[in-house]
Design a protein around this ligand. Structure first.
Ligand code: NAD
Ligand code: MG
Length: 388
């Protein structure tokens, strides 16, 4: 049995991970058990999950929901805790071997870092943590000697393509992008899109934040940074290719010109299962790829003029230090403002660019300084969004 804690169990990734675990348990193939579950504020779903999977510990991030969760689980031998301390407790349970990091955004940073410090293997969905703290995160992974398995479909694809290969033989990584709902739009068209349009992703059903990131191509920007840290490869050897069908999940080009790709249906349960059962591959019942349904797989260059985010990854990685943290915090604030229908879509780019210009640059930030940078960026942008 591999005891697992899931951080963000009520989200899109969290619920799909529990589908995978349920299936593995029923088929008796994956040998995964649930030791801890943690979520933000969806108490009802967290309670239902706890009643089904009977973890030893459950944490609800929103301390205001503590008594509700505690009362609902009073008849079961489950420890209930709350707040950031509670999340960290679930991330560091002594019996846990693997932590699935599936909280969205910066909020996942401290619990995920705590899990690494406690020598847990990490199945990583929460890409923002690696964007914000790439150096500290990967140093900690190396020092603790833990496994870091990417759940993000592109990075999981690359990870699979690299099995049996040496990083020295890689020429470049090709991250595929669906292009989102606004592929082909001009900058002027982008400025007028609505919240409802932006939330309608053509191929994937995901949480609101990553769905907006996919529409702005900020998701691909974050993924380039994620790939730089996961595979220790310079940003000028990571390219983005738009592939609207989302069947080729990413590619590796080797020094001899060979390309390896990983293909499959756009279904996050596949990379989630790979990460949870690694190094084994075990059977899965999800829908399979069918060539007759996809007679054409097409590829195009991303439009970096309309989707200004395409150039940001290189910029922030060259600037180093806390610049990726500034980028991430600015994006989180801007996405939230767009979801509240307080700014138009292309203001997301404006606010990110303003933050990158105005927030204090720190060349070698500590974790504490990253927390300060995140706070400083949020304060600056909240003020600007109100005044503009
Ligand atoms: P989501 O919004 O559906 O779920 C987020 C989860 O995090 C929920 O369980 C929520 O309760 C929890 N959470 C949010 N804020 C919290 C806080 N402050 N404290 C504690 N818990 C908190 O998001 P998602 O789509 O599942 O995405 C999760 C992560 O996985 C993101 O980093 C995203 O980029 C990444 N990811 C998602 C997908 C996908 O298909 N959904 C694919 C690749 C990567
Ligand atoms: Mg992805």
């Amino acid at each position: 049995m591999r005891p697992l804690s899931i951080l963000g169990s009520t989200g899109s990734i969290g619920t799909q991970a529990l589908q995978v675990v349920r299936q593995l348990q029923q088929a008796d193939t994956g040998k995964v058990s649930i030791a801890g579950l943690a979520a933000g504020s969806n108490a009802e779903l967290l309670i239902a999950q706890a009643r089904e999977f009977c973890p030893r510990v459950v944490a609800v991030g929103d301390a205001g929901k503590y008594s509700q969760v505690k009362a609902a689980l009073a008849d079961l031998p489950i420890e209930v805790c709350c707040g950031e301390e509670g999340l960290i407790h679930v991330a560091t349970l002594p019996e846990v071997q693997t932590v699935l990091a599936a909280i969205v955004g910066f909020a996942g940073l401290k619990p995920t870092m705590a899990a690494i410090e406690a020598s847990k293997d990490i199945a990583l969905a929460n890409k923002e943590t690696l964007v914000v703290a790439g150096h500290l995160f990967t140093d900690a992974v190396r020092q603790r000697g833990v496994q870091l398995l990417p759940v993000d479909s592109e990075h999981n694809a690359i990870y699979q393509c690299l099995v049996g290969e040496s990083l020295g033989s890689v020429h470049r990584l090709l991250l595929t992008a669906s292009g989102g709902p606004f592929r082909g739009y001009t900058g002027a068209q982008l400025a007028t899109v609505t919240r409802a349009q932006a939330l309608r992703h053509p191929n994937w059903e995901m949480g609101a934040k990553i769905t907006i990131d996919s529409a702005s191509l900020m998701n691909k920007c974050l993924e380039v940074i994620e790939a730089r840290w996961l595979f220790d490869i310079p940003v000028d050897r990571i390219d983005i290719v738009v592939h609207p069908q989302s069947i080729v999940h990413s590619l590796v080009e080797f020094v001899d010109g060979s390309l390896k790709a990983q293909l499959g249906m756009p279904d996050m349960r596949v990379p989630i299962q790979y990460a949870l059962t690694w190094p084994q591959r075990v059977p899965a019942p999800w829908p399979r790829f069918d060539f007759t349904r996809y007679p054409q797989l097409t590829f195009e260059t991303p439009d970096a003029a309309s989707f200004r985010s395409v150039g940001y990854a290189r910029h922030v990685l060259e600037q180093k230090g806390n610049m990726p943290c500034i980028l991430n915090a600015a994006n989180e604030v801007a996405v939230e403002l767009f979801l509240q229908e307080r700014i138009e879509f292309t203001r997301i780019y404006d606010l990110i660019e303003q933050a990158m210009t105005h927030v204090t640059h720190i060349p070698e930030p500590s974790l504490e300084e990253l927390l300060q940078t995140d706070a400083e960026t949020r304060t600056l942008l909240q003020a600007r969004a109100v005044t503009s």
